[in-house]
Design a protein around this ligand. Structure first.
Ligand SMILES: [Zn+2]
Ligand SMILES: [Zn+2]
Length: 323
């Protein structure tokens, strides 16, 4: 990526060398995330330039920097969005490294996985659980584990709404159903394919986000980047509900009457991930078990994958084959 609002270019770059504490990774595949679109569209406006996007990397360790010891050559690892934290700020020192003031993010501040090779700080890599082929594992690394953090923030809601049924919701739906919750899925108007997909994954009800659910919701996660959905979800919620935005960027939230918030309803956001979230979720995913639905593209077709994501042309997640 050379700058915002331009398609990605396929180019040859120098091979990255792992620095101290870093591993070199031969990238097998990399998941495509809505955040990548926000970066390309200039909505997250401080990326490193030129930038290699991609923060759901699955690959094999093929080189070790000085002072590493966590992995061996040949180990299969995943690299998530959180690429580095300072370890010293008030957030890092209180178990909230996801909020680190100086955090660096993969595929934003650090070159990511839309590439054949990548380097990553070994402390922020995760072992990939057995039983997940590379391509199936990639969407776990952001769609799965930031969604998992959002699900925890919603609390123990029994009737849970998902607004936007894409990569993240399709994983979280399986987790929520396995936890015995009742899932209500909201999609774009007329997107009957996503609604059918949600029911197939165990959602009790699926409809358009303009529809009233058959019962009030005890909590909701808003995955779509439309701020108006925060107030839509609030109006569909029961007393005590927590409504969590899971996206890194959202259009403005329209004003709404206080009565909609009254009754201890809460609006909130989820930001990034901690390494603990990653460890917990990657331990949980094979036990659910989560099955990811994936549409694959070759690395050179990254722009097509991103435009298909924008237009909602596939169900589940998109993954680039890089190796
Ligand atoms: Zn910090
Ligand atoms: Zn992401």
């Amino acid at each position: 990526m050379a700058g915002p609002n331009r398609p990605l270019e396929l180019t040859e770059v120098a091979e990255p060398a792992p620095g101290a504490g870093q591993v070199l990774i031969s990238v097998d595949c990399c998941g495509v995330c809505r955040t990548d679109l926000h970066i390309l569209d200039g909505e997250l406006n401080e990326p490193k330039l030129r930038l290699i996007p991609g923060h759901q990397i699955v690959g094999t360790v093929s080189g070790l920097g000085e002072g590493t010891g966590r992995y061996e050559i040949g180990d299969r690892v995943g690299v998530p969005w959180l690429g580095w934290t300072c370890g010293e700020c008030r957030y890092c020192s209180s178990g909230r490294e996801n909020l680190c003031d100086r955090a660096r993010f993969t595929g934003y501040d650090i070159d990511g996985g839309y590439a054949e090779l990548a380097v990553a700080d070994e402390r922020f890599c995760f072992p990939i659980p057995d039983g997940f082929p590379d391509v199936q594992a990639a969407p776990l690394l952001c769609a799965g584990l930031i969604g998992y953090r959002a699900l925890r923030l919603v609390g123990d809601a029994d009737r849970i709404g998902f607004y936007g049924f894409g990569a993240s919701a399709h994983i979280l739906c399986q987790v929520a159903v396995a936890e015995g919750r009742r899932v209500f899925a909201f999609t774009r108007e007329g997107d009957t394919a996503s609604q059918a997909f949600a029911r197939e994954l165990g959602a009790e009800w699926a409809g358009s986000s303009a529809d009233e659910p058959p019962e009030k919701l005890d909590g909701a996660i808003v995955f779509a980047a439309d701020g108006a959905l925060m107030t839509t979800a609030l109006r569909a919620s029961a007393k005590g509900a927590r409504i969590i935005s899971a996206g890194i960027h959202m259009s403005d939230i329209p004003s709404f009457p206080y009565d909609d918030l009254w009754g201890e309803r809460t609006l909130g956001s989820v930001a990034n991930l901690t390494r603990q979230d990653g460890e917990e979720f990657l331990d949980l995913a094979p036990r659910v078990p989560v099955h990811t639905r994936v549409t694959t593209y070759d690395l050179e077709d990254a722009n097509t994958a991103l435009e298909d994501l924008r237009a909602g042309r596939f169900s589940g997640a998109a993954v680039l084959h890089c190796g």
